[in-house]
Ligand binder design. Structure first.
Ligand SMILES: NC(=O)c1ccc[n+]([C@@H]2O[C@H](COP(=O)([O-])OP(=O)(O)OC[C@H]3O[C@@H](n4cnc5c(N)ncnc54)[C@H](O)[C@@H]3O)[C@@H](O)[C@H]2O)c1
Ligand SMILES: [Zn+2]
Length: 351
């Protein structure tokens, strides 16, 4: 079993990573939680694959459980859904000393985490991320929240879990689209912090090969994210590095009205074009953009920017959260594995 310890402020919690961890879940929960009641929040797809296993593990150790199953997809992270979830918790008579488990991808982690942060002013929670994006990114760092009709992640909190349990073998049932999307974030970690990791990824080709190294890959990503968030819990400095490729990526998603392109695909295009631009400006070692393009092709991710209306794209960048007082804090690579925060404006992207 691989173990990472995350320390943020006064709080300290473990991330455990092992194929087959779900089969020992009851015992692992018992080690960290002495109460009786547990609410599991999940979505329909994850419930179909793993709901029964998780419930059996917990009841096998004597816990009383309730499972709340939400529809899959981004629209689940809504204000309206919160009320329904709070109703279920009240009906189950969940108290502050009981436990909530978030079992699912980033959508479930975010909304279940937000419920845990707010219900009765805070209930302990455990993350069991089941998508690649959630295992390498959203379950670590303590950002939880929901969307509003006006925009994504507009309401939320910083709330650290008691533990994160990662069973990478559950990625076997993830659809190709979400697997690829998660790989874009995995590649991002190599780009910003770790050239050796980037090169390891370059040496793998099929999903089967990736799965043969998946514990190590998830561990390496969680280690990078842990180190970054420990230095900067609240997104003021170092944590911004995690946004590499995301300024352009978010603008691309917006221009597509969040349909027809996944977040990971948009980030892939963003990483390549941001690097192409910084290379043109002489800030990045030459050949870096080409290196990124090659790995994106290898993982079946796009790199071409197919948006004709560049004004709209630049306008969308102008609305980015990282754009404060006209200054855009953009993340650039000086080389693979070396990233910097660069103060610029949205005109940087006038390619
Ligand atoms: N809190 C953070 O720091 C943070 C960071 C990045 C992203 N996010 C958020 O994460 C969300 C995206 O997460 P996501 O890509 O995991 O989406 P998701 O939660 O919608 O999961 C993707 C799909 O995979 C399915 N799924 C999940 N695990 C599965 C498994 N093991 N087998 C089969 N199907 C499975 C889900 O049902 C869903 O259909 C966004 O809302 C984003 O804002 C949060
Ligand atoms: Zn992302």
């Amino acid at each position: 079993m691989r173990k990472i310890s995350v320390s943020i402020g006064e709080e300290k919690y473990p991330i455990l990573i092992e194929n087959g961890l779900l089969d020992q879940l009851g015992k692992e929960i018992k080690k960290i939680y002495q109460g009786k009641k547990i609410v599991i929040i999940t979505d329909q797809n994850v419930n179909d694959h793993y709901g029964k296993k998780v419930v059996n593990q917990l009841t096998g150790e004597g816990f009383t459980t309730k499972i709340v199953v939400l529809p899959p997809g981004e629209s689940t992270k809504s204000f309206d859904n919160l009320q329904n979830i709070y109703n279920e918790l009240l009906e189950f008579k969940l108290t502050r000393s009981d436990l909530i488990i978030a079992l699912g991808g980033g959508v479930i982690g975010d909304i279940a985490g937000f419920v845990a942060a707010t219900f009765l002013r805070g209930v302990t929670f455990v993350q069991i991320p089941t998508s690649l994006l959630a295992q390498v990114d959203s379950s670590v760092g303590g950002k939880v929240g929901i969307n509003l009709p006006q925009g994504k992640n507009l309401v939320g909190a910083f709330c650290q879990p008691t533990a994160v349990f990662i069973d990478p073998s559950v990625l076997d049932t993830l659809t190709g689209k979400f697997f690829k999307g998660g790989m874009a974030e995995v590649i991002k970690y190599g780009c910003i912090k770790d050239k050796a990791f980037f090169n390891l990824l370059k040496g793998l080709s099929s999903r089967q090969e990736i799965m043969a190294h998946i514990e190590e890959i998830v561990y390496d990503c969680c280690m990078i994210k842990k180190k970054v968030v420990e230095q900067d819990e609240k997104d003021q400095g170092e944590r911004l590095l995690l946004n590499f490729g995301h300024t352009l990526g978010h603008a691309i998603e917006k221009c597509h009205h969040y349909t027809g392109i996944t977040h990971g695909e948009a980030v892939a295009i963003g990483m390549y074009h941001t690097t192409l631009r910084s290379e043109q400006m002489g800030m990045t070692k030459s050949g870096t953009a080409e290196n990124i393009k090659e790995i994106l092709i290898q993982y079946g991710l796009p790199y071409e920017l197919n948006i004709k209306d560049r004004h709209k794209l630049i306008g969308a960048i102008g609305l980015d959260k990282k754009n404060t007082g006209g200054v855009l804090k953009e993340i650039l690579l000086t080389d693979i594995g070396e990233s910097i925060i660069y103060d610029t404006t949205c005109h940087f992207f006038e390619i």
